[in-house]
Design a protein around this ligand. Structure first.
Ligand code: URA
Length: 242
């Protein structure tokens, strides 16, 4: 349930303020009854919302997986004109999509895009804790005790601890170690800071999975539409946990 004005803005009908004006002007009905309160709790999926007597349906939902290259920014515009993920989106999408969360500039890997705010909110909601998997390389050899610390939780800053995580060593040599880590949270630069917390600088970082969606062999810089099965799984997460 969300405020009626928020639903109208989420569905792309109008901004929240404009929606409130439309409601005040008596142009909006919910389940056949004129709405008067922009805060009226409304269920986007169950309630029938009409504007000027016409049912409101959201734009068609679009879901994309991008293999973001390192060096490309997760931002709409960069004052220094560096390349952004928007430059890598297909030209004809038929809808305005937004990135689900973000990856740091130097981080590569799976970044999802959608115009489905429910799925976007679910994937970024810390209370839901959708797992995200990263492969990364650190300088030096990670000891079993250091690996255990990554799994149990480390201190990033005074008072900021990471939650228990899954972590394993993929390979190592004298100079570096490759690891795979699955976390259920998304603190700022979390994986890099977790590396530093155990005394190892992260020199390469790539996200390989977000919930049910895998990066697989999608080439760097390319996008693909999510499959129907992936979309169903993403929607199911929100329905299970709400
Ligand atoms: N952890 C990081 O350090 N950077 C990212 O972009 C994502 C997770």
């Amino acid at each position: 349930m969300h405020a009626l004005s928020r639903i109208l803005s989420k569905l792309g009908v109008a901004s929240r303020t404009e929606a409130a004006d439309m409601i005040a002007a008596g142009r909006v009905a919910v389940n056949g009854r004129p709405a008067r309160d922009p805060e009226q709790p409304t269920d986007e999926l169950r309630d029938r919302v009409e504007v000027d007597g016409r049912p409101v349906t959201g734009a068609e939902k679009v879901y994309l997986a991008m293999h973001k290259p390192a060096g490309v920014l997760t931002t709409a515009r960069d004052p220094e004109n560096r390349p952004t993920v928007y430059g890598l989106l297909p030209k004809k999408l038929g809808a305005r999509v937004f990135p689900v969360g973000r990856l740091d500039g130097p981080t590569a890997g799976l970044l999802l895009f959608t115009n489905d705010t429910l799925v976007g909110d679910t994937l970024t909601n810390p209370d839901i804790g959708v797992p995200k998997t990263y492969e990364f390389k650190v300088k030096g050899q990670v000891t079993p005790a250091e690996l255990e610390r990554l799994k149990q939780g480390v201190t990033l800053d005074v008072g900021t601890e990471t939650l228990p995580a899954q972590c394993r060593i993929l390979s190592s040599n004298a100079g570096s170690t490759r690891l795979e880590l699955t976390i259920r949270e998304g603190k700022n630069r979390q994986v890099r800071r977790m590396g530093l917390a155990i005394g190892h600088e992260v020199v390469k970082l790539r996200r390989t999975r977000v919930g049910p969606v895998e990066l697989g062999d999608l080439p760097s810089g390319q996008c693909r539409p999510l499959t129907a099965a992936e979309i169903r799984s993403l929607r199911a997460i929100g329905q299970r946990k709400r």
